[in-house]
Design a protein around this ligand. Sequence first.
Ligand code: MRU
Length: 347
Amino acid sequence: MWPSLEWKGDKLVLIDQRLLPQKEVYLECQSGEEVAQAIEKMVIRGAPAIGVAAAYGVILEVKQSPDKATLQQNFARIVQRLRQTRPTARNLFWALERMEKTFKDLLSLSLREIITGLEREASTLEEEDLARNMKIGEYGASLIPPSSTVLTHCNAGALATAGYGTALGVIRTAYFQGKIDRVYATETRPILQGARLTCWELVKEGIPVTLITDNMAGWLMNQGKISLVITGADRIARNGDTANKIGTYSLAVLAREHQLPFYIAAPLSTFDFSLNSGQKIPIEERDPREVREINGHPISLQDIPVENPAFDVTPAAYITAIISDRGIAYPPYEESLRLWLTEETPK
Ligand code: MRU
């Protein structure tokens, strides 16, 4: 296992996910602003990983405060900056809310005690995320029948979290229980997280994986090559509507057509119980060059109009079950998810 990020006390070290699998380069962030830029540029990506990185970004900024008044200013400024990096991942806002709550609770203490307390909270977030993923793996694996071939989209693995992964966590656990024969990974245009990251992770661990382009999924289902689909999530509304990497919705519709189970795996930090449905989930629109180019090489006309939503929302009606660290929820999700609601409130 390898980490997406490593906290060194005075810097945050990130594996540069833009360069994988060709190059394993580590990037050191020494300020909150550097962390914010790393999130925006997708040096680090994946909803839970972004949340943990942001918490450490806050620490890097507040550590530069000579007194409490500056600390308060630095804290407010960096939280605001980090909030603006990627709008869809609920975990980012959840982690920053946890940091805000901790800050408020510690405000009467000395400068040093506040910083120590905040740093403790950031590493708790990291440890919790790993522990949550292990639980998701256990719950999710119970849904996987023997001899399965599993399709996954994007990368919801160790790289996208503090470790182990959500959808890939389920795949890891089920594979080592002997239930999975093969994983199919969609390439996941435009950023190719499936081709670059999921394949890299699975090959490193000796889990058999076959890469397909995004438009091949339906035909493989038609040919009986897929037993089930499992993906991660960026934000899940109270009714179970789920935002995840663009293309997830199409896979869910295809799974329904072929009567295949479609599962979502995500920690509670991904749930947004303030939203009744997925309609209000903010969808990030990214740079058009990501569609016009592959790895910096033009593939179309220079100024061709482009749409580049980074995520889509899969209506709950297409989701067979949602796996979290609290267990497995089945439709109707308004009822099953309500039982998990109290856990979501920042401590
Ligand atoms: O744009 P990305 O690469 O950050 O998108 C990642 C995804 O969509 C993942 O499926 C999601 O964040 C869950 S990661 C455990």
